[in-house]
Design a protein around this ligand. Structure first.
Ligand SMILES: Nc1ncnc2c1ncn2[C@@H]1O[C@H](COP(=O)(O)OP(=O)(O)OP(=O)(O)O)[C@@H](O)[C@H]1O
Ligand SMILES: [Mg+2]
Length: 298
């Protein structure tokens, strides 16, 4: 890769420390994966259950290294004009009109002038290439059609974009590219080969308690432990939607607002809608379900 754009000496533990500095508590696995992605100039592909901190990791890496983040949210039908660039048609038309009013006669020069950088709207991939050092987050790539994998592979192979009217725009320093996927489809093998891969799991009990206490400092140790334990039990249950770290944080936050200090069956039942968003899941937890959720030694 080109020049290294981050100043951290050391290894994965330095990345973990920096992430800690921006309140993202990463395990060794993430530290190593992110360190290698930075060192080797390779994209980092993050897969995992919803709400385990994939998107937040990209933001945290940008914050930790004080570089901007550009986010490309993927969806079905996403194409190059939304990912790379588009011409600013209304502004081009205005320029044409103004030229008409002024009686400009040099049509060739006028036409050339319409394809000036000023009229180019950079989308996230081009923004990241032009602004690098930067983090480019390609979020939820599995939602885009699979042709998009091939397109992305091309961009990621040399961190350059060719605008026919302007030429080739190359990143001075390669951006750190983070791709996330919830695995609603398998990504193209060639794209995977290009990336370093990390599977993000739900954090273990202690790790999740630490995340809650870091993100919500007003939540006491007792409440944090109660909520994390209850969410852990929910994850073992057969649910339509398994709660992630976001739900743990939401739940602890809601209980905090209600002034609850310890989770009991009553407070859990009242607030279950913060964690479970499906009627079937809620109904399965009524009564004995809630009692089991908050029991001290289930
Ligand atoms: N290790 C962590 N340290 C600090 N906060 C975390 C950590 N993991 C997750 N979070 C927090 O959990 C929440 C959910 O994370 P995020 O939205 O990044 O999940 P996701 O994996 O992208 O989910 P989805 O697949 O639904 O998009 C965020 O508020 C994030 O800050
Ligand atoms: Mg996300």
């Amino acid at each position: 890769m080109g020049a290294r754009w981050w100043d951290a000496e050391g290894g994965p533990e330095t990345v973990v420390e920096r992430l800690d500095g921006v309140d993202y508590l990463a395990g060794d696995g993430i530290g190593t994966a992110a360190f290698l992605a930075l060192r080797m100039g390779r994209p980092l592909l993050l897969e995992g259950e919803p709400g385990v901190g994939k998107t937040a990791l990209a933001q945290a890496l940008a914050d930790a290294f004080a570089v901007p983040l550009f986010r490309l949210q993927c969806y079905e039908g996403l194409d190059a004009s939304q990912a790379l660039y588009d011409w600013d048609f209304p502004r081009q038309m205005l320029r044409l009109r103004a030229a008409g009013v002024a009686g400009v006669s040099d049509v060739a020069a006028l036409e050339g002038g319409l394809y000036d950088r000023r009229y180019l709207i950079a989308r996230p991939v081009l923004q990241a290439i032009e602004a690098a050092p930067a983090v480019l987050l390609v979020d939820e790539i599995d939602r885009a059609d699979d042709e998009f994998d091939a397109f992305l592979l091309e961009v990621l192979s040399d961190f350059a974009v060719t605008v026919p009217e302007l030429g080739r725009i190359t990143a001075e320093v390669p951006p750190l590219v983070v791709l996330t996927s919830n695995r609603t489809r398998e990504l193209h093998d060639a794209l995977k080969r290009r990336c370093l891969y990390h599977w993000l799991d739900h954090p273990d009990h202690e790790h999740e308690v630490a995340i809650v206490r870091r993100r919500l400092p007003d939540v006491g140790e007792r409440l944090a432990r109660d909520v994390v334990r209850a969410v852990g039990r929910l994850r073992q249950a057969d649910l339509v939607k398994t709660p992630g770290v976001s739900e743990t944080l939401d739940w602890a936050g809601a209980l905090l607002v209600l002034g609850v200090r310890e989770l009991d069956a009553d407070s859990a039942a009242r607030t279950l809608g913060v964690v479970l968003k499906h009627r079937e899941d809620l109904e399965g937890m009524r009564g004995a379900g809630v009692a089991r959720l908050v029991a001290a030694d289930a």
